[in-house]
Write a protein that binds this ligand. Structure first.
Ligand code: MRU
Length: 409
C-alpha cells in the first residue's frame, strides 16, 4: 500500500459491500436465476431479487432495481444466458440463434441512454454467432461467456480506479453525483472506484455526495455504500454544489457516464451538466470515469444521444421502503391480522400508496407519498449531456485521456 501525505492511509472496507448481481445455478427443483440486490429498497432493505426470465430482468432494469451503466451491460449478457437456459425451448441451432437475436434486441432497448446495455447484448449475440457444435454445447458456451463478463467488470473497475487515483492530490475533497459505486457495477464502481483506490492511498479525505433528485441515488445509495466502506462523506442538496465550489471546498468532481460520443460529449445523470459548468467556472477539475464499454464511437456528438424520459410520479412524490419490527404485542397482533392473507396494499387519499407484508424478522413496507398537487405537469429527463469542452479528462481502465485524445482510444 503506497501512502501519500502525512496522514496514515486507511483502507476502504470493501468486504462490507454486497455484489450487485450474480448467477445462481439450478438447484433442487429450481431453475437457474439471475440474482440482484433490489436498489429501489436500499438503504433500509437489502432484498435479493431472483429473476428467472428475460422479462424479469427487463422489469428489474426498468424499475431501477438494477441501475448504473456498467452493471446494465453485464445484466444484458446474463439475461440472454437466462433466456437460453430457461426459455429458449429450442432444439434446433438456427431457431435458437434467431431467438437469441430477438431477445438481444429486446433487452438492449429497455433503457435507451446507457450504451452498455446494447454493448452487453451485442457481445453475447456476436459471440453466439461464432460458435460451433451442438445446441447444448453452445448454450454452455454463452453462459460461460456471460460469467466471464461478470468477472471482467470488476477487473476493469479496479484498473480504472487505480488510474484515476493518481489524479488526486493528498487529502482531496471530491464531489460526486448519482451512484457510480459498487452498486452501479458488478463490484467496486467507476468514479467511486477511484475514491476507493484513492482513499487507500491517503488521497481522499472527504466525499461530497449530491443527493441526485428525483430518485436520490446519491442520498440513498452512495451514502450507504461509502459509509459501509468507512469513507467520510457528507450529503448535500444538488443545489449546494456550486456554492461549495465557490467556497473552495471541492478539489475535484468525479462522475460516471452512460454514453460517451466520439467527440467526448458525455451523457450522465441529470444535473451533471450543471456541475460541469460550475466546476469550470471555479477551476475545479471535472473527471468523467467510465469503462471503454461506455464509449460509443458510432455517435459523432452528444446531440445524437437518446435521452430517457421517466415517469411523472418520480417528481410528483417520493417512495421509501423499510421494515417495521413490532415493539408491542398489540402492534404485532394488528400487523399479523393485516398481513395474514399475504401482502396488503392500501390506496390512500390524494394518491398516496402503501403496502405491507410479513417477512423474516418483521413487516416490510413500501410507500409512495405525493408531495405535489394532483395532476402537476412534469418534465423528467433522466440524463443530460456534458459537452467535451467542460471535461478535464476521461478516466478509463486503459488510462486517462483528454477529450482531444479520445480518437486514439
Ligand atoms: O438512472 P441511473 O441510476 O441508472 O443513472 C446512473 C448514472 O447516471 C450513473 O452516473 C452512470 O450510469 C454511471 S454508473 C458507473
Amino acid at each position: 500500500m503506497s501512502e501519500v501525505g502525512s496522514e496514515k492511509a486507511l483502507r476502504a472496507r470493501l468486504e462490507e459491500l454486497p455484489r450487485t448481481i450474480w448467477w445462481e445455478a439450478a438447484s433442487s427443483g429450481d431453475r437457474p436465476a439471475v440474482c440482484l440486490i433490489d436498489q429501489t429498497r436500499l438503504p433500509f432493505r437489502e432484498d435479493v431479487r431472483r429473476c428467472h426470465t428475460l422479462e424479469d430482468v427487463e422489469g428489474a432494469i426498468q424499475s431501477l432495481a438494477l441501475r448504473g451503466a456498467p452493471v446494465l451491460g453485464v445484466a444484458a449478457a446474463l439475461a440472454l444466458a437466462l433466456w437460453s437456459e430457461n426459455e429458449s425451448g429450442e432444439t434446433d441451432v438456427d431457431a435458437w440463434l434467431v431467438g437469441l437475436d430477438i431477445a438481444a434486441a429486446r433487452i438492449a432497448q429497455v433503457r435507451p441512454t446507457a450504451v452498455n446495455l446494447a454493448w452487453g447484448a451485442e457481445r453475447m449475440r456476436a459471440f453466439a454467432h461464432t460458435l460451433d457444435g451442438v445446441l447444448d454445447e453452445r448454450k454452455a458456451a454463452i453462459l460461460d461467456f456471460a460469467l466471464r463478463l461478470v468477472d471482467e467488470d470488476e477487473a476493469v473497475n479496479r484498473a480504472l480506479g487505480a488510474k484515476g487515483a493518481e489524479l488526486l492530490k493528498p487529502q482531496a475533497r471530491v464531489l460526486t453525483h448519482c451512484n457510480t459505486g459498487s452498486l452501479a457495477t458488478v463490484f467496486f464502481g467507476t468514479a467511486l472506484g477511484v475514491v476507493y483506490s484513492a482513499y487507500d492511498q491517503g488521497r481522499v479525505s472527504q466525499v461530497w455526495v449530491c443527493e441526485t433528485r428525483p430518485l436520490n441515488q446519491g442520498g440513498r445509495l452512495t451514502t450507504w455504500e461509502l459509509m459501509r466502506a468507512g469513507i467520510p462523506c457528507t450529503l448535500i442538496a444538488d443545489d449546494a454544489a456550486a456554492s461549495l465550489m465557490a467556497a473552495g471546498e471541492v478539489d475535484a468532481v468525479l462522475v460516471g457516464a452512460d454514453r460517451i460520443c466520439a467527440n467526448g460529449d458525455a451523457a450522465n445523470k441529470i444535473g451533471t451538466l450543471a456541475l460541469a459548468i460550475a466546476a469550470n467556472h471555479y477551476h475545479v477539475p471535472f473527471y468523467v470515469c467510465a469503462p471503454l464499454s461506455t464509449f460509443d464511437a458510432t455517435l459523432k456528438d452528444g446531440s445524437q444521444i437518446p435521452i430517457e424520459r421517466r415517469a411523472s410520479s418520480e417528481l410528483q412524490g417520493f417512495g421509501a421502503s423499510g421494515v417495521v419490527v413490532p415493539d408491542s404485542r398489540l402492534i404485532a397482533t394488528v400487523l399479523s391480522a393485516v398481513t395474514g392473507k399475504g401482502k396488503r396494499s392500501f390506496k390512500l387519499k390524494e394518491g398516496h400508496r402503501a403496502s405491507i407484508e410479513r417477512v423474516t424478522g418483521g413487516y416490510a413496507f413500501d410507500t409512495w407519498l405525493r408531495t405535489t398537487p394532483q395532476k402537476t405537469r412534469v418534465y423528467n429527463p433522466a440524463f443530460d449531456v456534458t459537452p467535451a469542452s467542460l471535461i478535464s479528462s476521461f478516466v478509463t481502465e486503459t488510462g486517462v485521456y483528454a477529450p482531444h485524445e479520445l480518437e486514439s482510444v
